[in-house]
Design a protein around this ligand. Structure first.
Ligand code: OOG
Ligand code: NI
Length: 409
């Protein structure tokens, strides 16, 4: 019977990504405008893009508790998405640490590369103990998952898929966690206190769930999209994050349109129904290049730090002149991953960049970004414990891809 045929995690992920895109487009019409712009820019490329580019997206969510993070790990596992990497954003004054849930094999990435940058709020960075306790109490009492959805996710991950009949309900159940809520079950006063500590704290604590805060299509010419956003009055951020424009794109370049100020109502105060606004949701675009080896990444990090310290006009281009910009040099100097063979094909970078991510966060938190966060400090162990698993090492995954190895990941 057709009902018995299992839809694989790859198929579930493709459907989930499409459903998420449809949801977000409906919730944030300007995201639809961005998709049209990116589609037009990609269509003008001299070489037709790989098939996956047309459906390529990432999204992002921000969670409040260890239980929410480990629950998301179980949910994403059903879609063949595993946690890769650890990102500490505290040095940039953003009180979160993060991982990326994504497919991890060449085949799965080719089928559908959807990934979700997932951050956990660092409540330990709230300086005021009373405010921290209030935030913790609120988070303890919320359940961001639809009833039964994690049990189904576990079953799907164990069995290697779900029947056609179950898949639709499961995807709808999964989407529940990512929807926008225009009511906040707190008082306007508490919202403002949390926001003054840091806007991210208010964004995580004051809502019933971790609304998806952006989706990001992939483009083959991010400079054209940046110019197109400005021309269409879409309020892009001032500059593109990541490396400068190059002959051989490396890692990841990103830009976004700024978050929208949206009306919400506070339902947890004495007035019962107080009007307010919240700024969280935006749209982003990314251009992906070749993955760098640890040696290449060290060079990237150093040149980026130098360019930031320099800060003058054209600093990025000036400092990155020291990064070889042709495939033979990148290969010979072991700066980037290429698949074996002649000519070696570049291995696409599938992950994120902490400095860029912090830049994206900052440009979307509004100008009133509070700064009560304590000194920077990675808390990797705390994150791993909350996640309930060790995130995979992205360098190992790139090495496996480059070698065409059949190692299990
Ligand atoms: C995540 C910001 C980082 C990226 O693409 O680097 C990010 C967030 O705003 O929650 O999405
Ligand atoms: Ni993003």
């Amino acid at each position: 019977r057709p009902d018995d045929v299992l839809l694989s995690p790859d198929v579930l992920r493709a459907r989930f990504a499409q459903a998420m895109s449809d949801l977000y487009r409906q919730e944030v019409p300007q995201y639809g405008a961005l998709l049209e712009l990116v589609g037009a820019v990609n269509a003008e490329q001299p070489h037709p893009p790989e098939e996956r580019v047309a459906v390529e997206r990432h999204g992002a969510i921000r969670l409040g508790t260890a239980a929410e993070l480990s629950g998301m790990r179980r949910l994403f596992a059903a879609f063949g998405m595993r946690p890769v990497g650890y990102y500490d954003l505290s040095p940039a004054g953003v009180p979160v640490h993060s991982t990326a849930f994504r497919p991890v094999t060449t085949e799965a990435l080719a089928r559908n590369p959807f990934r979700v940058f997932t951050s956990l709020l660092r409540l330990d960075l709230i300086a005021d103990p009373g405010l921290r306790a209030e935030a913790e109490a609120i988070l303890r009492n919320r359940d961001i998952f639809a009833p039964g959805v994690l049990a189904t996710a576990d079953r799907a991950a164990g069995a290697g898929g779900l029947s056609q009949r179950e898949a639709q309900d499961f995807i709808q159940g999964a989407l529940h966690s990512f929807r926008w809520h225009d009511t906040a079950p707190v008082s306007g006063t508490l919202y403002r206190r949390l926001r003054a500590a840091h806007p991210l704290i208010a964004d995580v604590v004051c809502f019933r769930g971790p609304h998806i805060n952006h989706l990001t299509p992939r483009t083959l010419d991010i400079d054209a999209v940046q110019a197109g956003m400005a021309a269409r009055g879409m309020n892009p951020k001032a500059s593109i994050e990541g490396p400068p424009r190059r002959q051989v794109p490396i890692l990841l370049r990103q830009t976004s349109f700024k978050a929208l100020e949206e009306p919400i109502r506070f339902t947890g105060g004495p007035a019962d129904d107080e009007a307010g606004t919240h700024t969280a949701r935006f749209g982003e675009v990314e251009q992906r290049g070749v993955a760098l080896t640890p040696k290449g990444r060290a060079l990237y990090d150093r040149l980026l730090a130098d360019a930031q310290a320099d800060g003058g006009p054209g600093a990025l281009e000036k400092h990155f002149a020291a990064f070889p910009d042709d495939a033979p040099s990148l290969l010979r100097e072991e700066l980037a991953f290429f698949r074996e063979g002649d000519p070696g094909r570049p291995v696409t970078y599938e992950d994120f960049l902490p400095v860029s991510a912090a830049g994206i966060f900052r440009s979307n938190l509004g100008d009133a970004a509070g700064n009560d966060a304590r000194a920077a400090s990675p808390r990797r162990e705390m994150f791993v414990q909350a996640l309930g698993a060790e995130p995979l090492d992205e360098m190992r995954l790139y090495r496996i891809e480059a070698e065409g190895s059949t190692a299990t990941v």
